[in-house]
Write a protein that binds this ligand. Structure first.
Ligand code: HEM
Length: 473
């Protein structure tokens, strides 16, 4: 054998090196390709500068169209892309994935819920979220939405020739959600809440560095004020229920009256406040972003505005001036809804959400270990020419007939966790846009103002100032 060694060595060494490299490559190629950026900062600086839309597009081009890894909001994430990635996540809930929120969001919004990371929304507020968001409830909200939109336009918008649509729609959607979900209508109380609420939502998905001046620090401060005020409202409502046994019929009263099926105990005040905060965040943050997105496109696309105006005027002129909108009226807004969907395709109001991997899985040849965080995002499909030919063209007819292929158009997610508030969001947006276009023609004061994508929902860089031209009545 020894005598053969000089002859075998030149063969064995390369063979050994080759086998070693295979094993090594197998180990390091399990995860999707990508960069986890700088220590601590990850790729948050890029996210803050270029925003989610560009970051996703560039990473898919640079690394892989199916999946890539990154490091955002203090966590390493695998981003699954394309219709295949969306389908994989939406059809494997509970089997492979559990819901997960970035640390910043849990700490800012639900700091008292230590189990929130693996919270099953069904188990906590399933009944309530479906109660307040089910079709019978939604139907009753339409006149309330309409009346409040009229009041806001008459008192807040009509008096000015230029209005910042961003803060103005935030105020509208916040007042509406507070009215519908906890029956709070006092303008002073609402004004006091809106400031801290905005601080909280602006920093809820950020790098969790708690240092004066950071978005996270501001969000923590805002969250504390919001929760203290909501707890006060919960306690007031509890006292009210001692004399008014049925309550007001709003979500908060219903939660306080409910008893656990297991032990017959009521929910703690903190828990009620937490659940209401969750709904208010969605009702304000993503919905106001949605209205801004649509307003922006209508302001810059006059031919689309004209068709929306025509449809909405047909509805408006079929009714008396003081008659409020009904469900039947909203059902007639078919073209406008397709316009809204096309706006959501190009500029999705939510950049996506996260999961935690509960079992190791393989997707597109990559293996992602248990415990890793996963993200899906509408940015990986909405502007993809394979699914949406000429993706830069604004074309509401894409949503006619059977619409886009499955798992490509996902502004509200999909599968078991698909947004339960989508029916509510549709009504708020359509009712507001009805009032806006039947009252004004409008144009952007800053024609090149951009949408910022460095947060969960895009926001206009300068608050979307628009010049209003009231219609002659
Ligand atoms: C245009 C407005 C909205 C958009 C774009 C939007 C989008 C989304 C998205 C993308 C998800 C995540 C789905 C997933 O993780 O797979 C979600 C979840 C959720 N949304 Fe919305 N949403 C909107 C409005 C609302 C409203 C108004 C409410 C309630 C008032 C709401 C309540 C919720 C809740 C409770 C969940 C969690 C569902 C679960 O994990 O089971 N959303 N939404």
């Amino acid at each position: 054998m020894e005598s053969l060694m000089p002859y075998l060595l030149p063969v064995l060494v390369p063979l050994f090196l080759y086998l070693f490299s295979l094993i090594y490559r197998k180990g390091s190629s399990r995860l999707p390709p990508g960069s986890v950026g700088w220590p601590i900062l990850g790729e948050n600086v890029e996210f803050a500068v270029v925003g989610s839309q560009r970051l996703i597009k560039e990473r898919m081009q640079k690394y892989c169209r199916d999946a890539f890894k990154t490091n955002l909001f203090g966590e390493k994430l695998a981003v699954l892309c394309g219709a295949g990635g969306n389908k994989f996540i939406f059809t494997n809930e509970k089997k492979l994935f559990a819901p997960w929120f970035p640390v910043s969001l849990s700490k800012v919004i639900f700091p008292d819920f230590d189990h929130v990371r693996h919270q099953e929304p069904e188990a906590t507020f399933y009944n309530f979220k479906h109660d307040v968001l089910k079709p019978e409830a939604l139907r009753q909200y339409i006149p309330v939405m309409d009346k409040l939109a009229r009041e806001h336009l008459r008192h807040g918008w009509m008096r000015n020739s230029v209005v910042k649509a961003g803060p103005a729609t935030k105020k509208y959607t916040f007042e509406l959600a507070c009215r519908l979900f906890m029956d709070v209508v006092d303008p002073e109380r609402l004004d006091k809440l809106l400031g801290p609420f905005s601080l909280m939502t602006d920093g809820m998905v950020s790098l969790p560095i708690n240092f004066p001046g950071t978005a996270f620090n501001r969000a923590l401060r805002g969250g504390r004020v919001v929760r203290a005020e909501l707890l006060r409202i919960v306690e007031e409502r509890r006292k009210e229920l001692e004399v008014m046994s049925e309550g007001r019929g709003d979500l908060m009263s219903k939660m306080l009256l409910a008893r656990s099926q297991e032990d017959g105990k009521p929910m703690s005040h903190t828990r009620v406040a937490n659940m209401v905060v969750g709904l208010l965040v969605a009702g304000l943050y993503e919905v106001s972003s949605a209205i801004n997105i649509v307003t922006q496109y209508l302001a810059q696309l006059p031919h689309i505005y004209d068709l929306v105006f025509k449809e909405q005027m047909e509805i408006a002129t079929s009714k008396g001036a003081d008659e409020l909108l009904t469900e039947e009226d909203v059902e007639k807004m078919k073209y406008t809804w397709n316009v809204v969907l096309e706006c959501f395709r190009i500029t999705p109001p939510s950049f996506g959400t996260f999961r935690e991997t509960i079992t190791e899985f393989t997707f597109a040849g990559f293996t992602v270990p248990k415990g890793w965080k996963i993200m899906w995002t509408p940015h990986s499909t909405h502007n993809n020419p394979d699914y949406f030919p000429e993706p830069d063209k604004f074309d509401p007819s894409r949503f006619e007939g059977s619409g886009p292929p499955p798992y490509t158009f996902v502004p509200f997610g999909g599968g078991a966790r698909m947004c339960p508030g989508r029916g509510y969001a549709k009504l708020v947006v359509l009712v507001f846009i009805h009032n806006l276009v039947t009252t004004f023609r409008f144009e952007k004061v800053l024609p090149h103002e951009k949408m910022l994508f460095n947060r969960l929902s895009p926001a206009p860089a300068h608050g979307l100032p628009i010049r209003l031209h009231p219609h002659q009545k």
